[in-house]
Design a protein around this ligand. Structure first.
Ligand code: SF4
Length: 347
């Protein structure tokens, strides 16, 4: 018996990558999954923090997919290298700050390097022609293959029959006749194939696999870049953009306000890095201040903090302010009225 060929599958945790890997496994290919951790991934993080999402399974969908398929999953941290993709995408952004085409090129390039190191034969992805407007078009498929350097070592089992033959097909490592020709935005063919394979429970990512496709998230990231005067970020920045209510009352500072206990607990982990506020006379959220604040800014911040707690209708609320240099101040304030908060303060 000949040794099976080995493929690295890019596993996002969604249905398409699950199916692509399954199609290969059914052809006797040895498949191992790669999941790239960019820091923007939707999976797990916010579900684990927020109380209201408690009912949802707190699973990492990429791991779950690997488990369903019985394959090994390699989770690879690409946080640092990925910054350049987000900050300077050669092909530009999609509808929000999602650099999908550059992102795909980058991930396939990393996968190519990985298969070279590990002695694997080719790469598979769950891409489908026409599924996404920017990164999954017939004319962008060759761009990804070419710019990543993967060329014809990149096989897309779900739409391969609509694309030129790749090396694994030409060499007979896989049977092209048993690959698919899915095309277009409809998810029905994938759902039918999932049913055929007996998969009933799978993640249904709305819009994309990361927060960069989210309009509000992108707005917060753009605000962060603008406030800093440069397009840079650290992991903590992009994590905090996923959590809490973000308000920018003045150009020099932003407030991150916990919306519920889970978020307050998460924000507590950042108390040493940020000036933070908490009402002491009433229950209320933990509030982090991002930026440089003067004394009058703290008055406004205290009024806003009071507004988002149980003292919102009280005559006055005591708020404790812990500055980043370790000083504790107290303010007795009247909570700001809802109508005094302009809509454009909310990010
Ligand atoms: S949605 Fe996010 S992770 Fe997915 S291709 Fe686009 S930028 Fe990359």
């Amino acid at each position: 018996m000949s040794t099976p060929r080995k493929a690295a599958a890019l596993i996002s945790g969604g249905l398409d990558s699950l199916l692509a890997a399954k199609v290969m496994l059914d052809q006797g290919v040895h498949v191992e999954g790669i999941n790239f951790f960019t820091g923007f991934c939707v999976e797990g993080h916010t579900h684990a923090i927020r109380q209201k999402d408690r009912a949802r399974p707190k699973r990492n969908n990429a791991l779950w997919v690997a488990e369903q398929l019985g394959i090994k999953l390699h989770i690879i941290d690409i946080i640092e290298e990925y910054k350049d993709v987000v900050i300077n995408p050669k092909h530009g952004y999609g509808a929000n700050l999602n650099p999908c085409l550059d992102c795909k090129v980058f991930m396939v390039r990393k996968a190519r390097e990985w298969i070279e190191q590990k002695g694997f034969d080719f790469i598979i992805t769950g891409e489908v022609i026409g599924q996404r407007p920017k990164s999954q078009r017939k004319d962008t498929m060759p761009v990804i293959a070419r710019e990543s350097g993967a060329d014809d070592l990149l096989l897309r089992p779900l739409c391969a029959r609509n694309l030129p033959e790749t090396l694994p097909e030409r060499e007979g490592w896989v049977d092209r006749e048993r690959l698919y020709a899915f095309e277009g935005r409809s998810r029905k063919p994938q759902m039918a194939l999932a049913a055929e394979f007996g998969f009933e429970d799978y993640a249904q990512p709305a819009g994309g696999c990361c927060f960069l496709t989210d309009v509000q998230y992108s707005r917060k990231l753009a605000d962060l870049w603008q406030a800093r005067g440069s397009r840079r970020y650290e992991l903590d920045d992009i994590m905090l953009l996923k959590v809490g209510r973000h308000l920018r009352p003045r150009p020099n500072f932003k407030m991150i306000i916990g919306r519920e206990d889970g978020e307050n607990r998460f924000l507590e982990g950042y108390r040493k890095q940020f000036t933070h506020l908490l009402a002491t006379s009433h229950n209320g959220p933990l509030v982090l201040i991002d930026g440089n604040v003067a004394d009058e800014d703290l008055d406004l911040a205290a009024q806003i903090t009071a507004r988002f707690g149980q003292g919102r209708d009280a005559e006055c609320v005591d708020v404790e302010i812990h500055t980043i240099d370790g000083t504790t101040l107290t303010r007795r304030v009247k909570p700001i009225a809802g109508e005094q908060i302009p809509r454009n303060w909310y990010l």
